[in-house]
Design a protein around this ligand. Sequence first.
Ligand code: NAP
Length: 326
Amino acid sequence: MMNMRQLLTMILTTGVWLLATPLPTGEAFAGAGQQQKAVLVTGASTGIGRNIAERLAAEGHFVYAGARKAADIEALSRIENIQGVRLDVTIQADIDAAVELIRSAGRGLYGIVNNAGVIVIGPMAEIDESDLDFVFDVNVYGPYRVTRAFAPMIVGSKGRITNISSMAGIATGPAYGAYSMSKHAIEAFTDSLAQEMREVGVHVSAVAPGAYNSNGAASYCRRRNEKAYDPDKSLFPELAGEIAALCGNGEKIQYPEPDPVADAVLLALFADNPKEHYLAAPDQQQVGYVIRDVIQDLVELNGDQPFSYSRDELVTMLDEALSVAE
Ligand SMILES: NC(=O)c1ccc[n+]([C@@H]2O[C@H](COP(=O)([O-])OP(=O)(O)OC[C@H]3O[C@@H](n4cnc5c(N)ncnc54)[C@H](OP(=O)(O)O)[C@@H]3O)[C@@H](O)[C@H]2O)c1
């Protein structure tokens, strides 16, 4: 099991990708009659969004790459098959302008990758309401706003919506409750949207990355350091000290590049029968953390109530689910 320090470091920083069975590449999908598709990726200036945008473009798709700064929009537009688009997911006018731009370009829109996201860290009982608003505004209301605005185009193309969740959307732990709440919300958003959109021929998936290189921690620490937060005043000094040390010391842990996240996004966007949930973690330890947490929840929910299932019945259910997944 991971200890608190490892968990915090993982969530704050952002390794070797061990994949027993390599995921199909875009080339492998080409056989499925796939032509160039237009896909919008939000938060494409850095990290996972940038990796996904570049990968889709390299596979021959056309990418509308959302970014907030002029320099990022220009840099993205210089890449073949990518058009940078001004898109702050908290600003409705940006979203409306992006809809207009993409609609008038005449390519249609096959896919959305709701990737833009921010991190907030702190003990749950002490987190500022403004921080909770901030993380929900970007991570939850952002995908909701973008999805709602582009839904007519996606339904029109019988396309795909992929939401970038997190391991923290499934399992959680100390100090990243606010971020984890936002990613749990994205999992619920995905589940509900997927069932509704299925009726109109649209597939919706959530991809939950493990820890990968990105600008997420640096952005968080910059924002946090502006607030003159005093860990000595915390009810949880050990936890607050850990967080302060991670930002204050500029601790830099090298994580892998997020190529496996792009692999999973390609599956979600182009597989014939995409799953609703993909986990893209860089090592067995992170996968074990998530899977054990899910099993622990299952066991707790099943026990101490009059309608519990027996061990054999649970194993049969697991076998049935595994046979559907194969
Ligand atoms: N890296 C990981 O280990 C990891 C693990 C699990 C999940 N994730 C998820 O992956 C996604 C990408 O994060 P990342 O790790 O790649 O971090 P990142 O490098 O900081 O990228 C975040 C992206 O979101 C953008 N963004 C922030 N606020 C925005 C807003 N209001 N409107 C539009 N875009 C906004 C950023 O743009 P600016 O450059 O303009 O700030 C940037 O392009 C997030 O949803 C994150 O929760 C990451």
